[in-house]
Design a protein around this ligand. Sequence first.
Ligand code: NIG
Ligand code: FE
Length: 423
Amino acid sequence: MLIHSASQLLTLAGGPQRGAELGRLGAIADGALLIRGETIAEVGSSAELLRRYPDEPRLDAHGRAILPGLVDPHTHLVWAGDRAAEFEMRLQGRTYLEIMAAGGGIASTVRATRAASREELLAQTRARARAIFRAGTTTAEAKTGYGLDAASELNQMQTLLELDAEGPLEIIPTWLGAHAVAPEFQDNPQAYTDQISASMLPELAAWWRNHGGGRPLPFVDVFCERGAFSLEQSRQILEAAKALGFPLKMHVDEFENLGGSRLAAELGAASADHLVKTSPEDIAVLAASQTAAVSLPCTPFGLADPAYTPAKDILEAGGLLALASDLNPGTAWCESMQFVLALACRYLKLTPAQALAAATINAAAALQRADRIGSLEAGKQADLLILSVSDYRHLAYRFGGNLVETVIKKGRVYTWPQESSPA
Ligand code: NIG
Ligand code: FE
């Protein structure tokens, strides 16, 4: 299939973009691309590709912008129920950490998720997977973490693998049994930490051999925060995971700085995420490492908190910055990476080009998948978007709507009638 006549074909070619390089779009005016099966075969100008492939089935982009499918490297996609009541409590002055310490927060979603039937959990999660795909996310990382015992965590993992197999959204799974201290261990968090490192992680590794369907091992993530896991407990869990061969991720510096970003860099984690209370010294360590810095601007927005990731400082230090939604029922029920771009331009002070690179090729790097997704280059997976507008900057300039008209995932075309006013 030959897709042609894109006003702007944004390739994002050339690999992940560190520091001052961020925002290299690799734009081709009046661009075209040739897809063979699930793969991009060629990228070039419409004039050239139309001349060289006259008999190829065609898809006319009619002067709209084409860009890589958005990659969301941090979601908590799989849960049951909602926390609308806690949202209202926060509006009345209670803080997120207070609600969590009083047995609400993550623990309340754990209760709802454990109580849900498999079918219910699958149905609620599927609805979100469809919504985020419709909004232009072609690959999303998704974390377990609302089970907090071996069987419930594996049940969530199974749900994610089933939805990935079902498609069209591609799901990169993460095991987050260390999202909160399990209710059974409330009085002894260290015992839960010991259980994770000594038994839940080896059990996960064994389960994966039978149920992983040949996929690479999932990431293992830890919420390093007061009221969740200390720096020492995070180290214990992540070192155990690393010894079993799991790639690593971390939630760090969301509310308090416990030193998690340095630990992520030291252990070679794929990413350190949140990064709100991160110090200049931590930023320097992170920027000098291979660990991607993932910012989640929906989270402070969702909490009506004025503090955001110091993204400019991360870029000045030469860091690899990526953006994600953090989709979760507590702080950020946001199914649109387009809204993440809009927030990133306003509160992280990124340009639309920087935000887009952070949500495509750099987001793919935060998932260790930049060789396969995140840019439009020959040999890469054919995951791309055709917008309803000709200027990609509208993705960040407008907000609250959906400017994605067509999603192409692994070469398959999904299209919806135009809903937004053109530009
Ligand atoms: O990334 N910080 C930990 N996890 C989520 C919140 C999850 C929840 O509140 O249910 C986050 O913000
Ligand atoms: Fe999170």
